[in-house]
Each structure stands twice: as structure tokens, then as C-alpha cells.
Design a protein around this ligand. Structure first.
Ligand code: AMP
Ligand code: ZN
Length: 117
């Protein structure tokens, strides 16, 4: 399942360059090109699913484990002392790239990043 024009499909197929920081069977993690903080990472399914609602339930365990692996590595590398997990779903929520992705954003005390919750 892929979308020829989708930039994140191209990253998953390694047709365009990205800073890949991890990979599992069905997911890939790479650095955000316009990071909100050093180490800002995106996790995407290799298949072209548009939002959270399209990701099959059977990938749930793999996704959770992969998110935990990437997040704990950011803490171990001291890129943050905490982290936010954010997913924008559909345009009103700020989803610009129409291929599901989860932001993992390292946080530090007084880093002056705002949060919507
Ligand atoms: P969103 O608003 O949740 O759709 O965020 C899309 C994110 O994808 C933004 O943080 C962008 O900086 C990031 N992004 C877009 N194109 C690329 C790319 N080629 N490589 C890495 N990150 C990208
Ligand atoms: Zn795609």
C-alpha cells in the first residue's frame, strides 16, 4: 500500500533522503526536517495510512513498542529529560502531511516550547 506522490512514502521507500533513526517491521523513525527541538523524531507506518484511524489494530503492539524504543533512546542520548508524543489527525488538527505520523518531541526544563494541552 503506497501513494506514489506521498513524501513520507518516498522516505519509507528510501527514495528521498532522511535521517533515519530506527526501523521496525512496519514502521520507520526519522528526524523531522524542521525540528521543534533537537532530536524531534517522526514515526510513520511504512504503508500509506492517512490518520490514526487507518492504522490496523494488529499493528498496535508493534507501534507501542517502537514508540517506547525511540522515546527511551532520546532520553538515553540526553536529548531530552522528558518528551511529548503528538499526532495531528486531519487538517483542522494541523495535519499537513497526509500520511499518518507521530511526533516524538524531546523536552527540557524551561525550553519555552508551548503545549496545546
Ligand atoms: P504535521 O503538521 O503533523 O503534518 O507535521 C508534518 C511534519 O513533517 C512537520 O513537522 C515537518 O517539518 C515534517 N516534514 C515534512 N517534510 C519532511 C521531510 N521531507 N523530512 C522530514 N520531516 C518532514
Ligand atoms: Zn504515504
Amino acid at each position: 500500500m503506497e501513494n506514489k506522490e506521498c513524501i513520507f512514502c518516498k522516505i519509507a521507500r528510501k527514495e528521498i533522503k532522511s535521517e533515519i533513526v530506527g526501523e521496525s517491521n512496519s514502521f520507520i523513525a526519522f528526524l523531522d526536517i524542521n525540528p521543534k527541538a533537537k532530536g524531534h523524531t517522526l514515526i510513520i507506518p511504512k504503508n500509506h495510512y492517512v490518520t490514526l484511524l487507518d492504522i490496523p489494530d494488529k499493528l498496535g503492539n508493534e507501534l507501542l513498542s517502537f514508540m517506547k524504543k525511540i522515546s527511551s533512546e532520546l532520553l538515553e542520548k540526553k536529548q531530552g529529560d522528558g518528551f511529548n508524543v503528538i499526532m495531528n489527525n486531519l487538517e483542522p488538527a494541523g495535519q499537513l502531511v497526509k500520511h499518518a505520523h507521530i511526533h516524538i518531541i524531546p523536552r527540557k526544563d524551561r525550553d519555552n516550547l508551548r503545549s496545546i494541552v
